[in-house]
Design a binder for this molecule. Structure first.
Ligand SMILES: [Zn+2]
Length: 319
């Protein structure tokens, strides 16, 4: 693994645009931070892990003194094969982190001065991929689960999204094809700790097959009861914020096949909504860029398969 980011590296990250300009004024500044985030300051050979390496190609690559293998700064990361300097990437990270609701591809294109919309779109897609935390803790100990129909450009909402929410806490969202027992079981096992108390609205798919031994309250409510005391209120709030975000920041232009990436960004931001300032978010995004595998090219063009959530390796619950 390439993840060596010290837990407190984010503390050192600039908090304002002015600080950012000063801290990352040159490509060397950005490289030093990247090397700290990726290798804890000591670049290592990707082939034999030796740290006896020397810098070649104007600092973009390390050659190993033991085996001769050449390791580039970005190989094996989300920024593999990028032709743009890290300085430009850092700028983009700062721009998307500084805005509470994120940014559309069109705005990023304008701010960064990119020649094409396509470039801005694929940059945002990589940055979104960096927002999926590989080691995320399962939700608990009290979680609501609900579902919503979202998306459907210019037409009725039609894509099914599962929402799990801790009360006033973190959320997880998954774009799924249906809500049968098997799908719900994979969702629950991947996202929700096994001893969690679950509350649902009583949909039949939430049962001992899908939820296992988790204690479960199925609360069937009338509209009036729900107005009074909504049993899955955290889910309903999340869904309404999600819909507003898709329509607002992204003008409803999210394609179904990319929906999961947007859900990941939404959850990333939502779960950090109490975090003050841009520094922590930006540092986490860079950590994600460093620690995640490159996206295959086909993800960055028009052929992404739907319901990507089930293709992302799900972590073992760590508690
Ligand atoms: Zn080597």
């Amino acid at each position: 693994m390439t993840q060596h980011m010290p837990d407190d590296l984010w503390r050192d990250f600039p908090k304002t645009a002015q600080e950012f300009e000063a801290r990352f004024a040159t490509e060397e500044d950005c490289r030093a931070y990247w090397i700290e985030a990726r290798w804890g300051g000591k670049p290592a050979c990707a082939h034999c892990s030796s740290t006896r390496v020397w810098t070649i190609r104007e600092g973009t690559t390390f050659e190993c003194a033991e085996c001769g293998h050449q390791t580039s700064l970005t190989s094996g990361t989300l920024l593999e094969k990028t032709r743009k300097p890290l300085k430009v990437w850092f700028r983009a990270v700062f721009e998307i982190s500084a805005r509470r609701n994120g940014i559309s591809a069109m705005d990023l294109q304008r701010i960064m001065g990119f020649g094409s919309y396509k470039t801005a779109w694929s940059w945002l897609h990589k940055l979104r991929a960096a927002m999926v935390r590989p080691d995320r803790e399962p939700l608990g100990p009290l979680v609501q689960i609900d579902e919503a129909l979202v998306g459907g450009k210019g037409g009725p909402h039609k894509e099914l999204v599962l929402v799990a929410a801790e009360a006033n806490g973190r959320v997880r969202l998954a774009h799924v094809e249906n809500n049968d027992d098997d799908t719900l079981k994979r969702y629950a096992d991947g996202q929700i700790a096994s001893d969690t108390h679950v509350v649902t609205d009583g949909h039949a798919g939430y049962n001992s097959k899908s939820l296992g031994k988790r204690p479960h309250d199925a609360v069937v409510q009338s509209k009036a009861e729900r107005r009074e005391n909504d049993a899955v209120q955290s889910c309903h709030w999340t869904i309404s914020l999600l819909k507003r975000w898709l329509l607002g920041t992204h003008a409803g232009a999210v394609r179904d096949k990319h929906l999961q990436a947007y859900l990941d960004e939404f959850a990333f931001r939502h779960n950090r909504r109490k975090t003050n300032g841009v520094a922590r978010i930006a540092a986490r995004v860079i950590e994600g860029l460093v620690a995640s595998q490159p996206l295959p090219g086909w993800v960055l063009v028009e052929k992404t398969i739907p319901c990507r959530w089930f293709d992302v390796a799900q972590p073992e619950p760590s508690r």
